[in-house]
Ligand binder design. Structure first.
Ligand code: NAD
Length: 528
C-alpha cells in the first residue's frame, strides 16, 4: 500500500531554464489537500471580510513596502526560475506589482464603495437604489510561468483587498515565485488561510475546479494560460456554473503605417517580439509594414536583432534569455521551419543556440511570411518576429483582424489621430498607438482579450469588479404605501396605466397631457 502511494505521488521541479539546475522539487498537492485548502480559505474569509477595507488596504500598503525592500531578492529569484534577464524581472514583474498595489491603495475605497442608482422611470421614483459590492468568498487563481510573480500577485491583491480568500495554483515550472509571494503577503499581515498556495501540475489545477457535490468549492476562478487549457477550464466550470475569468493566449499584430518613424518602430518591434524571449501574452507575434517602408524596416530589424546579447538572465549584459523549457523551443522551431518551407526569408537567427544550452533559441526575423504559415496563425510564444508587407490601411486592418486571437495590437504612425482611427477598427482587448506591451504595466488599464484570447478582465477598475459580486439594494421610501401595480386590476386601472405610459413616453405634448389626465386617480383606487 505504501508503495502504491509513493507511485501515485506526482512530483514537479523548479529548474533554472538557463542551466537546467534543479532548484527545488515538490510533491503535487492531492485532490484532498486542494479541497482542504478551499475549506480552510472559506472558514478564514469571513473574519478577513469583517476586518474592513481600511485594514485590508493597510496590509496591501505594508506588502508594497516589503516588496520594495526585497525587490532585488525577488527579481533574482524570478530570473533564476524563469530565465528572464534580471532587469526584466525588476521592471516587468516587481515594478508592475508595486504599482498595482499603489493603484489599489489609492482607488479601492472609491471603487468598492456603494454606488447610488437614480431611477428614471416615474413608477420607481419612490425607491432608493444602490449597487453594493460583496466579495465572492474563495477565489481560485491558476497562473502560468511566463510572468510567475506579476500575474498571480496582481490578481491576488485585487482578490484579497476586496475581501476574498485566495487559493493560488501557480505553474508547475515556477512554484518558487509563488512561494515568495506567499511569504511577502504573510509578513504583511495576510492570515495563513486567507492566502494559500497549492503546488502542482495541470491535474492539481483541475482539482481546484472539480469539487465533489458535498463540497462548495471555490466561488470563482481566475485563470491565465493557454487557449487549449482555457477551453478545458471553461467546460469544467460550466458543469458547476462557476464564474471564470480567462486570460488566454495572443497573436498580437503590429501595424506600421507609411508615415511611421522606421527607427522607432523597428526598435519597438524588436523589443516587443523578444522581451522575455518572446514569451509574453502581449508579444508582437505578427508585424505588418506598409510596402513603402518594408525593406528599410526589415533591414533595421535585422541589424538590431543581430546586436542582441543572448545569454543567462543573471548576467547583467543579457538582452534575451532562454525559453522556459525545450517543449516551448520545439514549438518555436516547428513554426520557423514551416515558414521557411513555405518561402519565408530568414534575416536573422532561425536556429537554436546550443552553445548556450538546450533552451536557447536565436532571436529570429522572418520576411515574406503569409497567413498560410503557422507562424502567422498560431501562438508561437518565442523569439520570432515575422514581418509581412501591406499596401493599404484596409488591407492592414483586415490582416490584423484575420486571427482567432484578439488580445492586443499596436499601430505605428506619426499622426496619432490616424492611429486612433485605425485602432478603433482593430479587434482586440487593447490597442496601443506607438507603443507595445506596456499596457500591462498601466495599473489603471483593463487587461484582457476578445475572441479566443479570453473572457473578463484583470487589472484596474474592471479587474477589481471581477473579484466582487454585484448586489442591487433597493429601499422603498414609502413603506406604508401599496404599490400601484399590485392587484386591484380592472378596466379603469388598465385605462390609467395606458395613460401613464402615454404621459411618460408619447412624443407629442398633447398626448402626454391626455395621458396624465387618464392616469390621474390611480393612487386613489382600491387595491387588495
Ligand atoms: P498552460 O495553459 O499550459 O498552463 C497554465 C496553468 O494552468 C498552469 O498553472 C497549469 O498547471 C494549469 N493547468 C494545465 N492544465 C490544467 C487543467 N486541465 N485544469 C486546470 N489547470 C490546468 O499555459 P502556460 O504554458 O503555463 O502559459 C503560457 C500561455 O499563457 C500562453 O498561451 C500565454 O499567451 C498565456 N498567457 C496569457 C496571459 C494573459 O493575460 N492573457 C498572460 C500570460 C500568459
Amino acid at each position: 500500500m505504501a508503495t502504491d502511494l509513493q507511485i501515485a505521488t506526482r512530483m514537479i521541479a523548479s529548474q533554472n531554464p538557463a542551466t537546467g539546475e534543479i532548484l527545488r522539487e515538490f510533491a503535487c498537492a492531492t485532490d484532498d489537500q486542494v479541497l482542504a485548502a478551499v475549506t480552510r480559505g472559506r472558514a478564514a474569509q469571513l473574519a478577513w471580510c469583517d476586518l474592513g477595507l481600511r485594514k485590508r488596504i493597510a496590509i496591501v500598503r505594508e506588502f508594497q513596502r516589503r516588496l520594495h525592500e526585497k525587490k532585488s531578492e525577488i527579481a533574482d529569484a524570478i530570473t533564476r526560475e524563469a530565465g528572464k534577464p534580471r532587469v526584466e524581472a525588476l521592471v516587468t514583474e516587481v515594478l508592475v506589482v508595486l504599482d498595482a498595489a499603489r493603484f489599489l491603495v489609492d482607488h479601492v475605497h472609491r471603487l468598492l464603495a456603494d454606488e447610488p442608482v437614480p431611477h428614471g422611470n416615474l413608477a420607481t421614483k419612490l425607491k432608493r437604489g444602490r449597487l453594493v459590492r460583496a466579495p465572492y468568498g474563495v477565489i481560485g487563481i491558476i497562473s502560468p510561468w511566463n510572468y510567475p510573480f506579476s500575474i498571480p500577485a496582481t490578481e491576488t491583491l485585487a482578490g484579497l483587498v476586496a475581501g476574498n480568500a485566495v487559493v493560488l495554483k501557480p505553474s508547475e515550472f515556477t512554484s518558487l515565485a509563488a512561494l515568495e509571494l506567499r511569504s511577502l503577503l504573510r509578513a504583511a499581515g495576510v492570515p495563513e488561510n486567507v492566502f494559500q498556495v497549492i503546488l502542482g501540475d495541470g491535474a492539481t489545477g483541475a482539482a481546484l475546479l472539480h469539487s465533489p457535490l458535498s463540497h462548495r468549492g471555490i466561488d470563482k476562478l481566475v485563470f491565465t494560460g493557454s487557449v487549449a487549457t482555457g477551453k478545458r477550464i471553461a467546460a469544467a466550470a460550466a458543469e458547476r456554473l462557476l464564474p471564470v475569468v480567462l486570460e488566454l493566449g495572443g497573436k498580437d499584430a503590429m501595424l506600421v503605417l507609411d508615415d511611421a518613424n522606421v527607427d522607432v518602430a523597428s526598435s519597438a518591434a524588436v523589443w516587443g517580439a523578444f522581451v522575455n524571449a518572446g514569451q509574453a501574452c502581449l508579444s508582437v507575434e505578427r508585424c505588418y509594414v506598409h510596402r513603402s517602408l518594408y525593406e528599410q524596416f526589415l533591414t533595421a530589424c535585422a541589424e538590431k536583432t543581430k546586436k542582441l546579447r543572448v545569454g543567462h538572465g543573471e548576467d547583467r549584459e543579457t538582452d534575451v534569455g532562454p525559453l522556459i523549457h525545450e517543449r516551448q523551443l520545439r514549438t518555436v522551431e516547428a513554426h520557423v521551419e514551416d515558414a521557411k518551407a513555405r518561402g519565408a526569408r530568414v534575416l536573422a537567427g532561425g536556429a537554436r543556440f546550443p552553445e548556450l544550452g538546450k533552451n536557447f533559441y536565436r532571436p529570429t526575423v522572418l520576411a515574406d511570411v503569409t497567413h498560410q504559415m503557422r507562424i502567422m496563425r498560431e501562438e508561437t510564444f518565442g523569439p520570432v518576429l515575422p514581418v509581412m508587407a501591406f499596401d493599404s490601411e484596409e488591407e492592414a486592418v483586415r490582416l490584423a483582424n484575420d486571427s482567432e486571437y484578439a488580445l492586443a495590437a499596436s499601430v505605428w504612425t506619426r499622426d496619432s489621430k490616424r492611429g486612433e482611427r485605425l485602432a478603433r477598427r482593430i479587434q482586440a482587448g487593447t490597442v496601443m498607438v506607438n507603443d507595445v506591451i506596456s499596457c500591462f504595466g498601466i495599473s489603471e488599464a483593463p487587461h484582457g482579450g476578445w475572441k479566443a484570447s479570453g473572457i473578463g478582465r484583470a487589472h484596474g477598475r474592471f479587474g477589481l469588479e471581477e473579484m466582487v459580486r454585484l448586489k442591487y439594494l433597493d429601499v422603498d421610501l414609502m413603506p406604508g404605501m401599496k404599490k400601484v401595480w399590485w392587484y386591484g386590476y380592472g378596466e379603469r386601472f388598465a385605462r390609467q396605466m395606458d395613460g401613464f405610459l402615454d404621459f411618460q413616453f408619447a412624443r407629442g405634448l398633447r398626448q402626454r397631457v391626455s395621458g396624465a389626465l387618464r392616469a390621474s386617480g390611480v393612487l386613489r383606487r382600491k387595491q387588495l
